[in-house]
Design a protein around this ligand. Structure first.
Ligand code: ZN
Ligand code: ZN
Length: 164
């Protein structure tokens, strides 16, 4: 009667190690390609928003980004790119209408007030921490933890007021 080996025979152990090793050496290359593909969508979305004079929705963006990258994109891909850009402080999401604008001073921590024109649809971002400081004070007095960071003011812009 032969004793069963407690450990794997040397040859198969080596084979397993080799398999592991090759899988490991393969994956960085694969993930770099995937990362490159993942990056190009946010980049294209950001470029499009930077050109836009008015806020754009995910559906406004999907057509032009698809054309630019020359491939079909699913809405979740666009939404993922948008939330990445919001997290990085490069764009702002409007509370109303779920549309997005490129930030006027990206990369710097700031509070903004968005002036939105009802007539031409333009969005103008003012960086102003004073109103936010007042809101924080009021919230604090109520024991309220404020999370929203964008204030929106709707009306008519200077251009539209001049022409009418
Ligand atoms: Zn901003
Ligand atoms: Zn206007």
């Amino acid at each position: 009667m032969t004793k069963k080996p407690a450990t794997l025979p040397k040859s198969s152990a080596r084979a397993a190690a080799t398999a592991k090793k090759s899988a490991r050496t393969f994956s960085p290359l694969g993930s770099a390609v995937v990362a490159e593909k993942l990056r190009e969508v946010p980049e294209a979305v950001y470029a499009r928003l930077n050109q836009a004079a008015a806020p754009l929705t995910a559906y406004d963006l999907i057509d032009s980004v698809q054309k630019k990258l020359n491939r079909r994109l699913h809405p979740p891909t666009i939404y993922r790119a948008l939330s990445q850009l919001v997290e990085r402080g490069l764009i702002h999401r409007l509370e109303s209408g779920s549309s997005y604008i490129a930030c006027a001073s990206p990369g710097e921590p700031h509070h903004s007030i968005l002036f939105l024109c009802n007539q031409c649809g333009s969005a103008d971002e003012a960086v102003d921490n004073r109103v936010h400081a007042l809101l924080q004070e009021d919230a604090k007095r109520r024991g309220f933890a404020a999370e929203s960071e964008v204030i929106e003011v709707r009306g008519r812009c200077a251009k539209c007021r001049k022409t009418n």
